[in-house]
Design a protein around this ligand. Structure first.
Ligand SMILES: [Fe+2]
Length: 157
């Protein structure tokens, strides 16, 4: 029997949400300051920054499309929490959290890749990727930051 997960398009854009302008602006600002910090460290420090909790993160979490995610066979993992991260680019890597929800809040030119899927993700686009398989956020000469809402998922019960 082929399980749903074997055929699932990990990393494919599944939908687009309307990101209110003030949240997009806040995400851009958070990404810009994370980028400035990375620049100060000559890009030798962390590649992915967890932006510590701010009230606007909760407004982003409230956008979570629970029904659409359930229709794909997933729900939020109780073990996880919504977090906002910013990256200026990563090498191909594996983290080990399994299925993860990502909603891109702001993106200044970076490309997410997993398997056959790759996209210069636009703000508002969301996808589910498998953190236990190789994934990359590729930068370009002019790109700066890729800011996203993240939460671990589990198979829907
Ligand atoms: Fe990762």
């Amino acid at each position: 029997m082929v399980s749903r997960k074997d055929t699932f398009a990990w990393g494919a854009i599944q939908g687009v949400l309307d990101i209110p302008e003030h949240l997009h602006a806040a995400a851009k600002a958070g990404g810009a300051s994370a980028y400035a910090q990375a620049q100060q460290e000559d890009f030798c420090g962390e590649r992915v920054f967890w932006l510590p909790g701010e009230p606007w993160h909760e407004d982003c979490a409230a956008l979570f499309p629970a029904d659409a995610v359930r229709a794909l066979g997933f729900e939020l993992s109780q073990a996880g929490q919504f977090r906002v991260y910013s990256t200026h680019g990563t090498d191909p890597h594996i983290d080990g959290d399994g299925a993860c929800f990502v909603l891109v809040l702001a993106n200044d030119g970076l490309k997410f890749r997993q398997g056959k899927q790759s996209h210069v993700t636009r703000a508002g686009e969301w996808y589910i990727f498998d953190d236990c398989r190789t994934h990359t956020v590729s930068d370009s000469k002019r790109s700066t930051s890729y800011v996203f809402l993240h939460h671990a998922l589990k198979a829907a019960s």
